[in-house]
Design a protein around this ligand. Sequence first.
Ligand SMILES: [Zn+2]
Length: 458
Amino acid sequence: MTSHTASLSDYTLFARHVLLPDGWHQDQRISIAGGKISHITPASPEPSDLVIDVLLPGMPNLHSHAFQRGMAGLAEVKGPGADSFWTWRQVMYRFLEKLTPDDLTAIATLAYIEMLESGFTRVGEFHYLHHAPDGKPYSQPAAMSDAIIDAAISTGINLTMLPVFYAHSGFGGQAPEAAQQRFIHSTDDFGKLYEHIERRLLTTDGAVTGVAPHSLRAVTAEELQFLTSLGNGPVHIHIAEQMKEVNSCLAHYGARPVQWLLDNQPVNARWCLVHATHLDEAEISALARSQAVAGLCPVTEANLGDGLFPLTPFLEAGGRIGVGSDSNVKIDAPEELRLLEYGQRLQLQNRNVSQRHTGERCGQSLWQQSVAGGAQALGTAPGLQPGACADMVSLKISGLPDMLRSHDNIIEQLVFCHNKDLIDCVWVNGLLTVKEGRHAGREHAQRAFIKTINRVFQ
Ligand SMILES: [Zn+2]
């Protein structure tokens, strides 16, 4: 696999409507050089320009476990008792009994293609599946991380790689369960994996290396200290996703998880707290003040029955949000935003609840906030601006009535009515990866995925 640098071309496109960080602009020329945006200027189109009707910044997907795309739809059968996140996790562990690095590449390739086709242009891969099924390291200890990097490079999606450190089955440094052996590292071995990933991604366009302590139950306070000293990239952690975790944290540390983390780590803009579903009032304002991003995964959180994030008070406190496809049970960037808003409407019996100002557009505001928060969480510049990666999405507007074709309502159409069906082209680092809603590698990836799943579930 080679990096994309050799094939990056410099060109200019003309957008009739383009969503920049400060809102909509009309008739803009956007110049791209070396995969990044070099200039954005108001002007008329030149004959050589590629002309686009509606252009948006691509959406960062701040939280993915690519391999879980392979078990999408397979954990929706009632078990003998009450089903929960924890019973879903048992199905996931059984799925892992056979998965090889080649299987992971096949599954991640399809997942990343689906992300691109839905408007995600960068993935934060929270990667914890490191070793062979018997729990022993592969002869190439980074084989599974390399499988993820290969899938990202071959599909063209930008990657923020978040290798996960996982050491314990519960608070207080409890020994891992047998089914968790594929995830486990010593701090020394994890340091070597981190170096390998960092070295490889140095030559991969647009890539970023971060680090991910799995959760407060899987990592001790001392281990957390070690992990945050690795590099200065993003730090992601699962937190307060389930009440069981909150109660175990209270029992062990005498504090709720988010409260404990804020009191014991220098949580700042480098951090992403994934889920952060169960927050009390003090945690909501303290998390907002920290400038860390709350990594929300509404489709997965609904699927797992996690609960609803307190979005309204968090945004009122100035909190930063981004979205992730997490379990990849359904991959669709606009759908994450639709479900984020709808969960709040159902709970609060109100509409447009994530907006504070009269006239604010719900879909557009959520898109903008999630682009900014997602980029921060994934260690990159947000949105369409000089110096940022040329990660862009155009929309199909030809089938819409005239009044819906202007930029006024277009993101509301995308988020609430059409989801990914409205997506036309997607560019990453200035390269066209999706045309007319389809990635060129889709058919091949789908065949490889089906072959893999048939074998794994034989
Ligand atoms: Zn997760």
